[in-house]
Structures are given as structure tokens and as C-alpha cells.
Write a protein that binds this ligand. Structure first.
Ligand code: ZN
Ligand code: ZN
Length: 175
């Protein structure tokens, strides 16, 4: 969702509340799309501070659907979103540094609300997702979820070099 903030840019010390919401059903990260399972509308507060800066703030929450890295079970993670950003003003214009990724949420008098929210989510993006700390994962032989029960498969994967030793070992046993 994009909002036109021309009013704030042009009026000294103008304060405004904009009712906004994330208008996307998924978030893309590392080439993968993650569904958004919950989001809520909120007020984005803007404040033209002495024609020097535009202060942007707002709070909301977004829930994203992940899968457990070990057993692939669905895991929903809620991200508390705290937006505290600003734009610099000079002579009635927003000045953005083209080298500064920071300001990508602003373009042509408009604020990109989705981008503001994504930036907050990406900061807290989990490196690892587990359904529970001690998730046992899936059986490497039959794919059974080992959290539910043990399938009884022999999951001892042997290195081919180790297998030779095993043969020798078995021969000795037979003698
Ligand atoms: Zn799991
Ligand atoms: Zn199994």
C-alpha cells in the first residue's frame, strides 16, 4: 500500500495519522514466498518537524507461516512491528541518498507501507525455524515424523570406507 504524503511535506509542523495496512499475502525472502497468516490495520503517524525532517512511526503485528527445518510442520511466527523512521527535508523537498538503501520506502511523494513493514520483519528474520527445541525430524529412510513415534528403520548411514570395516567386523563375529 502506498500513501501520498505531499500534505506533510508542504506544511510546516503538520501532524497526520494515516490508517494503513499491509496489502500483501506473502513475503519473499531468499527466493521463497512465505504466506502471511495474520496482519492488522494500524495508524501510521507522520510529523513534519520544522521543515527539517518527516518523522514516521507506527506499531502493528504480522504473522508469517514457516515450516520446521527438521520435520516440515507448519510454524507460525508473529513479528511485532515497530516503525520508527525519518526522511530529511530541504527546501520543501524530501532529500534521499541514492546510495542509501534506507530510503527505498519513499518515492515520488509516496510512502511504501509494505516496504516499511518488510524492513522490520527482515531485521528479525529467523536463521533457523524449529517446531520445538528438540524436534526429532523426519526418518531419513521412510520419511516418518519421528516426533510422533519411531518407525523402526535402521538409520545408521555408513560411509563406504566404514562399511569395509563393518564387513571385517562381521566376519570376526561369525568365526
Ligand atoms: Zn519439527
Ligand atoms: Zn523410517
Amino acid at each position: 500500500m502506498k500513501i501520498d504524503i505531499t500534505d506533510i511535506i508542504l506544511n510546516t509542523n503538520r501532524k497526520e495519522k494515516y490508517p494503513v495496512e499491509l496489502d500483501a499475502d506473502f513475503i519473499e525472502y531468499g527466493g521463497t514466498k512465505y504466506s502471511i497468516s495474520k496482519k492488522k490495520p494500524f495508524d501510521l503517524r507522520l510529523n513534519n518537524k520544522d521543515d527539517q525532517k518527516i518523522l514516521i512511526s507506527g506499531e502493528t503485528e504480522v504473522e508469517v507461516v514457516f515450516t520446521c527445518d527438521r520435520c516440515l510442520k507448519e510454524v507460525r511466527i508473529a513479528f511485532p512491528i515497530m516503525i520508527e523512521r525519518s526522511l530529511s527535508l530541504r527546501d520543501g523537498h524530501v532529500v534521499t541518498d541514492p546510495d542509501e538503501e534506507e530510503d527505498l520506502f519513499f518515492e515520488d511523494h509516496h510512502l511504501d507501507v509494505n516496504r516499511l513493514i518488510y524492513d522490520e520483519i527482515l531485521v528479525d528474520w529467523p536463521a533457523k525455524v524449529l517446531c520445538k527445541e528438540d524436534c526429532k525430524g523426519l526418518c531419513s529412510v521412510c520419511g516418518h515424523n519421528l516426533n510422533e513415534s519411531d518407525c523402526g528403520c535402521n538409520r545408521t548411514v555408513l560411509d563406504p570406507r566404514m562399511a569395509k570395516f563393518q564387513d571385517v567386523f562381521n566376519e570376526f563375529k561369525e568365526v
